[in-house]
Design a protein around this ligand. Structure first.
Ligand SMILES: Cc1ncc(COP(=O)(O)O)c(C=O)c1O
Length: 415
């Protein structure tokens, strides 16, 4: 069974009560963190884990902060493919480029890793309702897991959220409230509502939920046969994916199951890059930026208040970096994935590849460096992107002559 050793504040060190659900430190207000007791894990347990026929995220049970298997809510998350981007990699100057395809998670984004744990914990705690403020993907994910668990879900979304993501949440029966302004307005209102109504929040300030994304580290370790990526590139909004993956690798390192750690790279859109800015300025915390429009709308978070400071700390500790990508670079990466790797990702999910392209060109990443790009959201969530035509061409008559004429006009190369 996964054993929680302590719930503590990673900023001031104060310990919390691990038997209660508590989001933030009573002294300094920082989001709490869970420390797992991993002392019982030796080589025998490692081999048992690797040989286990269980698939998916819950196979990593000893690393998860859950006590009761009967409360597990699973939709088959985890164990997403790690694809060697052979052809695409060669084109971009990489010998060893890998793509972790999280578009294949149950609701089409990385959020399922954390919400599988967050909703299972909600059942353990016996809460009747779960809530989230979201740029869209978390809404789809929380509502799906809540539906499977038989819990009510309340979702706050900024106006203008992509219809694909709204449709997902609505289909699962979530109670959706649209909020004027951008995500930062929504997040502020959400924080006030949690204080007012005592909601169980499925956000980055839920220390139990946050542990789910550590599974990236365990899966990569297994899929790479024990090798550790030199560079791990994560699309970054609030920073959770990056810090949780770093934490997972550190746990493996402390156990002696890996002999080095990856260098963590955060990829953000130049239109909204508070973590990149803080990193470049040498700051220890993020300052709010005003979020401009970007096609990477899922990671458009201007003030990653809860975990931004930890993302910067972990990037530095790992000797990583942070990079802001222009719209054209994000769009190009999305097209490269679709046309040369067969992966249809939303722009935010493809931004890690844009970062890989840039940093390879600039020489930070070497040709032989083992590099993993996290591809974090499915393209079907946001097919309508400015500048990309999603409409069907005008139909032709169903006869061969019409087909020949159309191919001659537009696709001379397909015959
Ligand atoms: C597609 C996608 N990728 C990456 C992220 C990054 O999330 P975070 O940095 O908050 O873990 C998000 C968050 O909303 C997302 O929707």
């Amino acid at each position: 069974m996964g054993q929680v050793k302590a719930v503590f504040c990673p900023r001031c060190g104060r310990t919390g009560d691990s038997t209660l659900y508590q989001e933030s430190c009573e002294s300094c207000g920082s989001v709490l963190e869970v420390a797992m007791n991993l002392s019982g894990l030796g080589p025998k347990e490692r081999d048992t884990l690797l040989a286990s026929p269980e698939r998916g995220l819950f196979r990593w049970w000893p690393f998860l902060p859950l006590a009761n298997r009967a409360c597990v809510v699973s939709l088959g998350e985890g164990d997403t493919p790690l694809l060697s981007a052979g052809r695409l990699g060669a084109r971009l100057g990489f010998e060893r480029l890998y793509l972790k395809n999280d578009t294949l998670l149950p609701t089409g984004s990385l959020k399922d890793r954390s919400n599988a744990i967050g909703i299972s914990k909600a059942l353990e705690l016996g809460v009747p309702l779960v809530a989230v403020a979201s740029t869209g993907n978390a809404a789809a994910s929380v509502s799906a897991y809540a539906a499977a668990a038989g819990l009510r879900s309340v979702i706050l979304l900024p106006e203008g959220t992509a219809p694909g993501k709204v449709a997902q949440a609505a289909a699962h029966g979530a109670e959706i409230v649209a909020i004027k302004g951008d995500f930062d307005h929504t997040a502020r209102l959400f924080a006030a509502a949690v204080r007012e109504f005592g909601w169980y929040a499925c956000m980055s300030n839920n220390p139990y939920r946050n542990e789910g994304k550590k599974s990236y580290a365990y899966e990569l370790w297994m899929q790479l046969g024990g090798e550790v990526p030199q560079w791990l590139i994560h699309p970054t909004a609030g920073g959770l994916g990056l810090i949780a993956t770093w934490k997972g690798f550190n746990e493996l390192y402390a156990l002696g199951w890996v002999d080095r750690l990856p260098r963590m790279l955060a990829a953000q859109a130049a239109a909204c890059a508070p973590i990149v800015e803080a990193y470049r300025n040498g700051a220890s915390d993020v300052q709010p930026v005003s979020a401009k429009e970007t096609i990477a709308e899922s990671i458009r978070v201007g003030y990653p208040k809860s975990l931004g400071w930890r993302a910067i700390r972990d990037i530095r500790e790992s000797r990583g970096s942070a990079v802001a990508l222009e719209e054209a670079e994000i769009s190009e990466a999305r097209a490269l994935l679709a046309r040369h790797a067969g992966i249809y990702a939303e722009p935010a999910g493809a931004i890690s590849l844009a970062a890989a392209v840039r940093l390879r060109q600039e020489g930070l990443i070497g040709r032989n460096d083992l590099t993993v790009c996290m591809i974090t959201g499915h393209g079907l969530k946001q097919p309508e992107i400015q500048g990309h035509d999603t409409s069907l061409p005008s139909p032709i008559e169903p006869d061969l002559e019409s087909l020949r004429r159309r191919l001659d006009q537009e696709h001379a190369d397909v015959r």
